[in-house]
Ligand binder design. Sequence first.
Ligand code: AMP
Length: 359
Amino acid sequence: MFTTATVTETKKFPSGSTVFSLIQPTGKIHLGNYLGAVSNWKDISQADEDPSTRYIFGTADLHALTSVKDQQVLKNARHEAIASLLATGISPERCIIYHQSSVPEHAQLSWVLTCLTSMGALNRMTQWKSKSKVDEMSSISDLETMGKTKAGVFTYPILQSADVLIYKSTHVPVGEDQAQHLELTRTIAQAFNSTYKTDFFPIPKSVLTPTKKILSLKNPSKKMSKSDADQNSCIYITETPDSIAKKIRKAATDSIQGKVYFDPENRPGVSNLINIVSGLSRKSIDETVKDLDWVKDHKQLKDHVTEMIVEEFKPKRHIFDDLMSDVAYLEQVTNKGREKAKAIAGPNMKEIERLIGLD
Ligand code: AMP
């Protein structure tokens, strides 16, 4: 995991920082993405009055090619992802909002970094194993595993490193599930700097979101995910109040009667609901448990959680629908974002070419 030197908890970044993160356009965002990523992007960018700090957010649409193979589905999902970011309240005036694929320097730098990254380092990553549906002890040197693993899924963390480094980003807000890839990004940045005897790349810090992983409502031993076969396990930002109420009513809890308390090991379902309340109210778990002192049973807890999610998502659902019916506006936002992103990535790539001898 992280050392304190590589993680920053603070929401106040030093002047001149570049804060960067992308989300995969693979469908509408759900409560996990919302609390674990994008609502935090909104909070940190909105609270920061220092104009010298840059915020860059967008869709990882090149990464999405590892799973989305349908042209129309991808086109629509890119729009949905941008509409979700805007509906969450991320400001296109304060932040650069764009599609990764519209700035070719990401892919260009990715090749440079591929030439500096060992297969062993990639082999130690865990995400390609779950995406390729192979055992977590698998190795890429195994013939059967090799056959099941697309090269893009294996080298995915290198493109992710290029995404971060092309803007010389200093801070990357990510969920816990991306911690390992950020660690690799730091290793790759150091490898570049030492190979080319430069300090060109800052070593980016992770900004862990205050809300820990949101778990599946039906099976709280795994994370909430849009790819879950049981869609009752996942709540989307566009969900109607009725549907939210139905899913929370069906959420797994336990047979312990009386007051609710936070105990992820023995009460994973109840603790997941408390974690959701904590994320939505932006209060710590301890404060949240105190606030919930009035709750006498599971039903009261579920009614409260339902009410909070409905309140949080109601305005966003309407904004999302309006934005999705105005694709021209979405494209206007991303075109403007692309120009601003290129104005940073272009000169950085020129300097990288000079440093490696390609000028
Ligand atoms: P993805 O949609 O998987 O590309 O995830 C986008 C962002 O949402 C990443 O920063 C993830 O860390 C975060 N995320 C995804 N699922 C969850 C979850 N269940 N709980 C918390 N954060 C999540």
